[in-house]
Design a binder for this molecule. Sequence first.
Ligand SMILES: Cc1ncc(COP(=O)(O)O)c(C=O)c1O
Length: 437
Amino acid sequence: MSNAELSALRAEVVPRGVPSTAPVYIAKARNAIITDVDGREYIDFACGIGVMNVGHCHPKVVQTVKAQAELYSHTCFGVFGYESYVRLAQRLNELTPGDFPKRTFFMNSGAEAVENAVKIARYATGRKSIIAFDDAFHGRTHMTMSLTSQVNPYKIGFGPFAPEVYRVPYAYCYRCPLGLAHPGCACECADLLELAFAKVVNPEEVAAVIAEPVQGEGGFIVPPPEYMGKIKKICETHGILLIADEIQTGMGRTGAWFAMEHWGVAADIVTTAKALGAGFPISGITGRKEIMDSVHPGGVGTTYGGNPTACRAGLAVFGIIESEGLIERANLIGQRIKERFLALQERYPVIGDVRCLGAMVAMELVEDRKSKKPAGNFANALRLKLYENGVVNVGAGTYHNVLRILVPLTIEDATLARGLDILEETMSQVSAGGAAD
Ligand SMILES: Cc1ncc(COP(=O)(O)O)c(C=O)c1O
């Protein structure tokens, strides 16, 4: 079927609530190139939202998945165990930040990982409240939707939300909640957490603070280097656990195995998903041994969690990141994208801010740099035109005014350069077309 035929059929059989950015359907993909059913090629600047860090159909992933399919596809780990699950848990225990004994178990999606991190934090502390941040995204299930900040489209009409979730501002320097500027501010916004303990919730009832080390869906908001350390310290003072949601930032994306490494912080629980399975659904919950082992046998688990194929893919992903030096490459790629974005920012006032940590790079689009009014329409026009011009991309930001770039860390230099040339040309087309808000 063609793109047009599939779009027509989709409209008849899939509800409109399922997001659809562009009317294109994949036929096949290799590394950073996706070919659609009409035979057109696209450069992948989205990675299926941060999943394909090792590129599409990496030969080592394909080979291991094929081999696993020949052996067995499912037992339920709790019913009949298998080595790949145990070995993948071992890898995460070794590589997530923190020089202390850890335990890991697996679920299927990012949201499920966060759900379980919250369950365990409550169980281990005997406390009920959870604190999340403004502009956070943690998923779309009941609890994770409640932790998620952005109202449209994630929360409109879906209440009531889970109780005992409280929210504090994040270190969004471009739109500082205190109207200050880093470094002169001494990162005062972290103290807003302490303030919440006077104004919002009793800290002795707080089980955990959950934070993305760089906010993903919120618009690649990179906090100042000392921010997470301050948050962790406040948590420790009150016996509160810190959950690092590394679902989008993990697996080499930011130029470290896990983004918390940049901040020198070891969270008590870490959630992973997305790039962990190279497209095979799997998520991980890793935490301090004593916290994870506090839960009674059978208290956590699921039918498919850590299925054998996804675990084998996960082991391949760790191997590929190591053998191909993808952590260093993430920094190089990020630097190249950032340089191009900064050059564009000099020419286009609509680019209010350029943010980056490793290969997580974004531009925030504004109507003018003084008011910083979000240019959501411009961002939308830019993203649609990029598709038309052959670059797959995703937006972000509470006001839908951020273009975020998530390329495979294996992308060839020439493909990256071509994608950035197209982006530059598209910027000029959309600016000339007067698509501003
Ligand atoms: C930081 C973060 N947490 C949780 C999730 C939810 O993951 P999933 O869509 O696999 O449920 C996402 C997805 O974008 C995410 O970026």
